[in-house]
Design a protein around this ligand. Structure first.
Ligand code: SAM
Length: 436
């Protein structure tokens, strides 16, 4: 099928049906006959979603009247067409011709003239329209209104840098296995020899960004577990947990297992690591990841907010709560978040986060420590959850994080999206004093 038509279908499934890109893109990639065309489909989908609020504004200016709801897929095709003209180096005549042809592939031959007129209109009026788009905050920053408002409120001095970072393509960051490479230098040399231009991450010797983006299987030693793909901010969780051999550790929201694997690489000799997730299906991903890395732990499927369903009654020395969240810190990697999240999701998520934190606290041994983490950039899911928890739990106190990364908050530390080219993450550490 025509690549632009496939892209429009994918983008529309996200925009109109609220489905995630991770769910709808793989089957579409499977429909692309020539493997060399797959990266373009991927780029069309990611790029169009990244800029969708601006592209929708531009399409609105170029259409004489709004499209009917049943033609939403056609609307998505216009965004795909505009994205190519604005952001890709494909010759304009080819981009227009392919997009016009896609209308036919989508079963709307009547719309070929409309698509042609909109795209040609953009070629003529692009400069003027882009000037006007910059006067509209949603189009200018390519973010939904509600999210701009929240970011402005939470980050009055930083929100513009945050939205700009959300609109940039992220680096591909790797975690070198300490088990295989107690000294990461030799692995960095292998990356360089493979032409992958390794860029070490400050203060994180086993984290490295590479350029260009590589297919994971082509990374040196990937199949043997020498390396994993994980953003540098996510690589801080296992370090902050400070687990030690002999301890019992709970990774409470573990799938797909990036942080689980890192804890195991960092601390051989744990008494037990329990990787819990509410989704049995997603736990399968943890198993696959651990198998590749030659690692093992106890996998448990259950609701972290209801330990009575899965806890054996033995307390944990360390708990990592990488809580379900809005993912507003990782929009640069998941641009579909801009369309999928709704303002009402945030208080709902904050309630879930508080419920899980409260339910897990009794499972922590006195003298133990819990790390609360999210990939959210919003205070309501981060410091506000932890502050409210501390206010109602006399046996919990913060263990401050002394670090060079991120920003100190009333409790915990926040890395904003793009800060030192890391994903947006929040971390807070809570300890339970040892019994006298
Ligand atoms: C942010 S992801 C975790 C990422 C993971 N820690 C990693 O580093 O690969 C959140 C996970 O929480 C799980 N989850 C959501 N609600 C949960 C609950 N009530 N109990 C346990 N797991 C839950 C989701 O299925 C999802 O896999």
């Amino acid at each position: 099928m025509n690549l632009r038509a496939l892209a429009a279908r994918v983008v529309n499934q996200v925009a109109a049906q609220g489905r995630s890109l991770d769910t709808v893109l793989p089957p579409a990639l499977g429909q692309v006959r020539a493997p060399r065309d797959r990266p373009l489909l991927q780029q069309l989908c990611y790029g169009t979603l990244r800029w969708q609020p601006r592209l929708a504004w531009l399409a609105g200016q170029l259409l004489n009247q709004p499209l009917k709801a049943r033609d939403a897929e056609l609307g998505a095709l216009l965004w795909v067409g505009l994205y190519q003209l604005e952001h890709l180096r494909i010759p304009a005549h080819a981009a227009v011709a392919e997009t016009v042809e896609a209308a036919r592939a989508l079963g709307r031959p009547w719309a070929t003239r409309l698509v042609n007129a909109v795209l040609r209109g953009y070629q003529r009026r692009g400069a003027e329209l882009n000037r006007r788009a910059d006067g509209d905050p949603v189009a200018r920053h390519a973010h939904p209104d509600w999210l701009l408002e929240r970011l402005r409120t939470d980050w009055p001095g930083e929100w513009e840098a945050v939205v700009a970072a959300n609109n940039r393509q992220p680096p591909m960051t790797l975690r070198i296995s300490r088990l295989h490479h107690p000294d990461p230098a030799a692995y960095l040399e292998r990356l360089a020899a493979a032409g992958l231009d390794p860029r070490p991450v400050p203060g994180q010797p086993w984290a490295v960004s590479i350029d260009p983006v590589a297919e994971v299987r082509s990374l040196p030693g990937f199949d043997h577990g020498e390396v994993s793909v994980q953003d540098a901010a996510a690589q801080l969780a296992a370090v902050l947990l400070e687990a030690a051999p002999g301890q019992r550790v709970l990774d409470a929201c573990a799938a797909p297992g990036g942080k689980t694997a890192h804890i195991l690489e960092l601390t051989p000799g744990l008494a037990e690591l329990v990787a819990l997730d509410i989704s049995a299906e997603r736990l399968g991903r943890v198993r696959e990841n651990l198998d590749r890395l030659g690692l093992g732990c106890t996998l448990s499927s259950g609701d972290a907010a209801r330990p009575e369903g899965w806890w054996d009654g033995t307390p944990f020395d360390r708990i990592l709560l990488d809580a379900p969240c809005s993912a507003t810190g990782v929009i640069r990697r998941h641009p579909d978040i801009k369309l999928l999240r709704r303002p009402a999701d945030i208080p709902e998520l904050a309630r879930t986060q508080a419920a899980i934190l409260t339910a897990l606290w009794p499972l922590l041994r006195p003298g133990g420590m819990l790390v609360y983490a999210t990939c959210s950039a919003l205070a309501a899911e981060n410091e506000q959850v932890v502050e409210a928890f501390l206010a109602t739990h006399g046996d919990a106190r913060e263990r401050p994080i002394a670090a060079g990364w991120g920003l100190a908050r009333p409790v915990g530390r926040q890395i904003l999206p793009g800060q030192e080219d890391r994903d947006g993450f929040f971390y807070a550490r809570l300890e339970k004093p040892a019994e006298p």
